[in-house]
Design a protein around this ligand. Structure first.
Ligand code: MN
Length: 191
């Protein structure tokens, strides 16, 4: 175990960012096809390619004995009635879980397993959520004004499978109706 050294890293409680590190950015153009309303998507994109969310990834060895962690910052916005959100993913190693801890903003964590069980957890600062093995997860910012920030930890060798969600989508969507978030069945979901 001599190869390992402890380290510390700052993630701001104010905005989730870490000084002297570069987050991975997901721009609106990276989200093509992930929103229900393609026309609204193209309209917003015409006005400029804005950042939907960003996250910090650490260079941790991808071993089952290691843990990876960081923050995700999802900005406030909507495509049509659908809130800004992460792509969402399964872990390549389905049996690996994850923990999220909200430090800022207001959002939902949408969970779904391959058998079709959906779960939703509401998150505000101080709330932590356990994402059990087997569940795809997506973070959704339901605030109309401020970023939604979460700290996460998962097994470093979990891996990310984005493809399944990019192809099929989630069975449920969170959209805004009469100024409030509601859950609907995804009409574009493919079995
Ligand atoms: Mn994950």
């Amino acid at each position: 175990m001599k190869d390992y050294k402890s380290f510390s890293i700052k993630f701001s409680l104010n905005d989730g960012h870490s000084p002297n590190r570069n987050p991975t950015k997901r721009m609106l153009s990276d989200m093509k096809g992930m929103y229900l309303d393609n026309r609204s998507f193209e309209k917003i994109l015409e006005q400029g390619n804005i950042c939907v969310y960003e996250f910090y990834e650490l260079e941790i060895p991808r071993k089952s004995s290691d843990l990876s962690f960081g923050t995700t910052i999802i900005y406030s916005g909507k495509v049509g009635t659908e809130y800004f959100m992460t792509k969402g993913h399964f872990h390549e190693k389905l049996e690996t879980a994850e923990v999220y801890y909200c430090t800022k903003g207001h959002g939902f964590l949408l969970l779904e397993d391959p058998e079709g069980n959906s779960e939703i957890q509401e998150m505000t600062p101080g709330i932590s959520v356990y994402v059990p093995p087997n569940f795809a997860h997506r973070s959704i910012n339901i605030s109309n004004s401020e970023p939604f920030v979460m700290f996460f930890v998962f097994r470093a060798d979990a891996g990310h499978n984005y493809k399944t969600i990019e192809t099929k989508g989630f069975r449920k969507l969170i959209i805004e109706k009469d100024g409030k978030p509601i859950i609907i069945d995804n009409p574009k979901w493919k079995d």
